[in-house]
Design a protein around this ligand. Structure first.
Ligand SMILES: NC(=O)c1ccc[n+]([C@@H]2O[C@H](COP(=O)([O-])OP(=O)(O)OC[C@H]3O[C@@H](n4cnc5c(N)ncnc54)[C@H](O)[C@@H]3O)[C@@H](O)[C@H]2O)c1
Length: 489
């Protein structure tokens, strides 16, 4: 394959916190340096919000709320569509900043822009679906419900899709008439800043506010009395912390948390399609850093060797490289800590007796030494009690397990506290339905993996979260129902 050169990146000039329609330095003067996960080069520093900055942003969102709530729904939709249009016009530029700062390949980040703009348009199209009901009361009264926005909504997001999570997750609450404060992930803030340079003045001041910062700033957002609801995309421990902080003011939460997802291939599954599904399900392009990654592949004994052999051929397409080159198929992990964590899991897997069949180390060669690169790694002969079969690694590490009895594999697949996704491969329709029903997961694919479908509810059960996103339910979840009873004379 021809390797293309890295493309030039337009970094944002504005490096502040964005709230109340304006840019601000952190009140304490706090800044954070941004470093390329792939090359180690510095991209300069950005303002790093502290609790007092978060409070100022929440107050700005609170001030802006009444006017935004009273803006006609179709007018609100118009603003969101305009943001999507500007994003599309700057698609490659935005994807390149995202790639440089997050380490994910630019080809994948281009798709992230498509997903985010799709979500903006989708929720813009749903504004008139914020409907109530009427309840029959006989001739002497009219009784009906209306749906109202909640007020200020906080959204705290993870680092793996920095811009997609910022632009996509503001759409539903803003469409519903809420004002929003976003706390992006501290690891990769630059694409969001460039996005705000481009679209920050489209919405009225205070409707969209973004405070870059760490867990302390996030904790303020979760606990503040002026925030009506908080959504988190993050890990299970952070989900627990956000729920605890939200409980002080009895606020609702929406939690999209981690996963240790199972892919189950039955004896009758198509070998080629299953192997491709396993590769797609691992999201190797962004180093497996995806909540939905099917990082446990349960292969039936009858097809185990054939599927694994094909997976090992296909995985060769993923070679770590500079994320800003269009030909790069796999990027770098977000930081050195995450790289060390993945390498430690590889050591643990070896020590516990798993058989390394691919990768297993940081790659060597030109351009590799300063980046957080790890080869796509696959272990076979993994058993359900091994650490890599139980813990979310959030890295390019696939555990392959063997099975014979359907009841056993379902029990093993369900034997984790997570319950986000599950992918089942079979040509038997009855078996597919049976296994899909038994899977303890909020999102189940049959003969498919990895894909999300706008309109189809995505979210977890068990400790993978609360709430459903990417569907009308996400917007409705940012509204509340009010009943009005009118007695007629
Ligand atoms: N279910 C999903 O849709 C989804 C999508 C992407 C990532 N994730 C999950 O996210 C995790 C990886 O991301 P991460 O390592 O950045 O997660 P993380 O939980 O460490 O951080 C996520 C966000 O929460 C903030 N945060 C951390 N502690 C906080 C606290 N006490 N109060 C408020 N905010 C706090 C962080 O600053 C960050 O913005 C994985 O577990 C992954 O599965 C889930």
């Amino acid at each position: 394959m021809t390797v293309s050169p890295p493309l030039p990146v337009t970094l944002p000039e504005k490096r502040g916190l964005f709230y109340g329609g304006d840019w601000h330095a952190a009140k304490s003067g706090s800044v954070q340096e941004c470093v390329s996960p792939a090359t180690g080069e510095s991209f300069g520093s950005v303002a790093f919000g502290q609790p007092e900055d978060m409070v100022a942003a929440i107050e700005a969102a609170h001030v802006a709320f009444p006017a935004w709530r009273d803006t006609a729904p179709l007018q609100r939709a118009g603003y969101l569509k305009k943001i999507a249009t500007v994003m599309r016009a700057h698609k490659q530029e935005l994807a390149l900043v995202d790639a440089a700062d997050s380490g994910n390949p630019v080809a994948a980040m281009l798709k992230d822009i498509d997903i985010a703009t799709g979500q903006l348009d989708f929720f813009a199209g749903l504004v008139t679906e914020m409907k109530g009901d009427s309840i029959p009361m006989g001739p002497d009264a009219v009784n009906f419900t209306v749906r109202e926005p909640l007020g200020v909504v906080g959204r705290i997001v993870a680092f793996n899709h920095p811009l997609m999570f910022c632009a996509g997750k503001m759409a539903a609450p803003i469409a519903a008439g809420n004002t929003v404060v976003i706390k992006p992930a501290e690891q990769a803030p630059l694409s969001v800043l460039r996005f705000l340079e481009l679209v920050g003045d489209i919405l009225p001041p205070g409707v969209l506010n973004v405070v870059h910062g760490g867990p302390e700033a996030g904790a303020v957002l979760a606990g503040h009395p002026l925030v009506a609801k908080v959504g988190l995309i993050g890990s299970v421990p952070t989900g627990r912390a956000v729920m605890r902080a939200a409980s002080d003011t009895v606020k609702d939460v929406m939690l999209e948390l981690g996963g240790k997802n199972a892919l189950i291939a039955c004896a009758d599954a198509d070998i080629e399609k299953t192997a491709r599904g396993i590769i797609a399900g691992m999201n190797f392009a962004w180093c497996g850093q995806s909540c939905g990654s099917t990082s446990r592949a349960f292969l039936h004994s009858d097809i185990h060797d054939a599927v694994l052999a094909r997976v090992l051929e296909l995985v060769a397409d993923f070679k770590p490289g500079n994320p800003t080159a269009m030909s790069t198929t796999m990027g770098a992990l977000i930081n050195a800590r995450q790289k060390a964590r993945v390498l430690a899991y590889i050591d643990t897997a070896k020590a516990e007796g798993a058989r390394l069949v691919c990768g297993g180390k940081a790659p060597e060669g030109e351009g590799m030494s300063n980046g957080n690169f790890v080869e796509p790694t696959i272990f076979a002969d993994v058993t359900p009690t091994m650490t890599i079969a139980r813990e979310e690694i959030f890295g390019p590490l696939l555990a392959v397990l063997r099975w014979d009895e359907e009841a056993d594999v379902m029990r093993q697949a369900n034997a984790v506290d997570y319950g986000l996704t599950c992918s089942i491969w079979t040509r038997d329709l009855s078996r597919a339905h049976r296994m899909a029903r038994q899977a303890e997961a909020g999102f189940v694919w049959v003969n498919k993996s990895a894909a999300h479908f706008l309109g189809a509810p995505f979210g977890g059960i068990k400790q993978s979260g609360i709430g459903r996103e990417e569907c009308i339910g996400e917007m409705i979840a940012f509204t509340r129902e009010k009943n009005i009873h009118i007695a007629l004379d």
